[in-house]
Design a protein around this ligand. Structure first.
Ligand SMILES: *[C@@H]1O[C@H](CO)[C@@H](O)[C@H](O)[C@H]1NC(C)=O
Ligand SMILES: *[C@@H]1O[C@H](CO)[C@@H](O)[C@H](O)[C@H]1NC(C)=O
Ligand SMILES: *[C@@H]1O[C@H](CO)[C@@H](O)[C@H](O)[C@H]1NC(C)=O
Length: 285
């Protein structure tokens, strides 16, 4: 009969099948796997290389080089999937850097060259993203609106101090100001090659604005994100003027009331005096 045979057959096949599975799984564990999805995350020259996957039973070494220089090892036997390469790439932001991620056994001993993956070339001056700019201060008087953008510090160091964006990019860095009165009036734009805007707006009322940095020499990724929006407090001075006018009107009204009372008082006294005079002949009579 066929039926009793089948379970026996399955029982016989099971270890083979399991063995098959084990054979497939066993070499995967501990075998260094090539890194993939290598990505540069760089803002204002702070630069981190990221990759996948999270390692199991092996570790990564990250190496960096520029031009003819030898590979320099940065992150050594790490289980992380990121490596901060800022210190290397800020040494000369105009060089093109190569980086690679090697997958090595935990004891760092390997017979052949370990599997590795190259990162895309990285040119800090061209590739680092611009951070969100910050409006340092602003002032509006009538239709004159002045806005100053903070000169953000970068990760580039020279003589022990951090350079600002302007110090690194010079005239290559400009700022764009978008300003508007309200949603219906549309947005207008002004540009500066410094960190200061001094513009004339159409009306002496409150304006809102935000700024954006851009690098003119770049083909791609020219612009930073928009700064937070700020609004001038021109309405305060308008409020002030309104208060002064209201005050003046109230003052004039009060004076008017006082003078009117005095006038009416005198007038009534006068009339009362007249009445008394009119009455007196009667009394004397
Ligand atoms: C290092 O580890 C690998 C596997 O992770 C192993 O095959 C090798 O024998 C180890 N070498 C030493 C010197 O411990
Ligand atoms: C704006 O800047 C200009 C020139 O930089 C200056 O003459 C003017 O007084 C400033 N206006 C205000 C309201 O700060
Ligand atoms: C760094 O400092 C040295 C001396 O302190 C000076 O001669 C040099 O010009 C400085 N370099 C820069 C780029 O400021």
């Amino acid at each position: 009969m066929a039926i009793p045979v089948r379970p026996r057959l399955l029982a016989a096949l099971a270890p083979t099948f399991l063995g098959c599975l084990l054979v497939q799984v066993a070499p995967a564990a501990g075998t260094p796997q090539k890194a993939f999805d290598l990505t540069w995350k760089s803002t204002n020259f702070k630069t981190i290389l990221e990759w996948k996957p999270k390692p199991t039973d092996y570790v990564y070494n990250v190496e960096i080089s520029s031009g003819s220089r030898d590979w320099k090892i940065k992150c050594f036997l790490t289980t992380d999937t990121e490596c901060d390469l800022t210190d290397e790439v800020v040494q000369d932001v105009h060089l093109t850097y190569q980086a690679r991620v090697l997958s090595v056994p935990e004891n760092n001993t390997y017979l052949k060259e370990p599997p590795f993956t190259n990162a895309p070339d990285f040119l800090p001056y061209r590739d680092t993203k611009l951070g969100q700019p910050v409006i340092k201060h602003f002032k509006q008087k009538d239709t004159q609106l002045n806005v100053t953008v903070e000169d953000t510090q970068t990760a580039v160091r020279r003589n022990g101090t951090f350079l600002t964006l302007r110090e690194v990019f010079g005239k290559d860095l400009s700022y764009k100001l978008l300003y508007w009165r309200d949603s219906s009036s549309g947005k207008k734009q002004a540009n500066t090659k410094t960190n200061d805007f001094s513009i004339l707006v159409d009306q002496p009322v409150s304006y809102c604005f935000s700024v954006q940095a851009l690098i003119n020499s770049r083909k791609d990724d020219q612009q930073s994100p928009q700064s937070d929006t700020e609004c001038s407090d021109e309405w305060e001075s308008i409020m002030g003027e309104t208060l002064i006018i209201v005050g003046a009107v109230v003052f004039v009204l009060i004076l008017f009331v006082i003078f009117l009372s005095i006038y009416l008082c005198k007038h009534r006294k006068g009339r009362a005096g007249q009445k008394r005079k009119e009455n007196s002949p009667l009394r004397s009579a």
